[in-house]
Design a protein around this ligand. Sequence first.
Ligand code: TPP
Ligand code: MG
Length: 290
Amino acid sequence: MVDAEGRPLEHPLARYLRPGTMPSSFCPGCGCGMVLNALLRAVDQLELDPRDMVMVTGIGCSSWIPSPMFKCDTLHTTHGRAVAFATGVKLMMPQKKVLIVAGDGDLAGIGGNHLVHAAHRNIDLGVIMVNNGIYGMTGGQCSPTTPADMFSTTTPYGNIDPPIAVSELLASAGANFVARWTTYHVRQLARSIGELLSGEGFRFLEIISQCPTHFGKDAKVSPSDVLERYRDQSIPFSKAKRDDDEGQESKIPVGTLADRRRTGYLKRLEGVEERLREEWARESKLGARK
Ligand SMILES: Cc1ncc(C[n+]2csc(CCOP(=O)(O)OP(=O)(O)O)c2C)c(N)n1
Ligand SMILES: [Mg+2]
């Protein structure tokens, strides 16, 4: 596209993208592009310098959102291990804003244990979990967040398990910030991503997202049908009664589930280091007197 004088037009947020990464590798109508858009907006609104950020991913379609797209240091790690890698990055470079972007299969499936304990320890990381309810990149297998009764390549007779309520789990595990929105809620997404990029402790955003290619392959619903469903079926957490349904997610609970100011892992760790340094200094003075 060019302007009236024939100069090439550039999207104002394109400066955050690595050259050559557009058009993206996402399928038409995929929610990953919408998540990328919200991420760029959040970084722009907070006027953050990408050089102060490290983005860490696992493996999956959603892991391509920051890596290789976003123009900051990115670590594309092994499947299910983004939290472990990101913890190492944060401990060695505490001044960096460390943000994980990965899928439901990666974070809640293979990496589930890491995720729960990072929340429990309130490790100073931001995490975006793009929840499309399946293992998208490998062809649409059932994941821990696949709705009950849903057909997938590994549940050809319908999923007999209810989905894990990941946001509720992490809020009760101790995360400082937990929110859940859908790709329909673009403004709320940018705002919540801002919380992930600015706070202390473990900050988690679950984004319910559409996979037009693999989710419900035979359902023949368009991405816009799915977005309308997100609009019409979302209800605030305060009104959701998840116990009443059998996991089919006829209603989609959204909003901020936890927003606390508990001391993050790094500060607690620094407290120990300080105490030890004082003790050692005292001991060495005593030793010098003897
Ligand atoms: C140890 C290991 N097991 C399995 C795989 C294969 N694998 C790659 S991506 C993926 C699923 C990704 O699903 P999700 O994290 O939900 O991301 P999505 O593609 O849906 O965004 C799997 C099973 C792998 N790469 N490594
Ligand atoms: Mg997925």
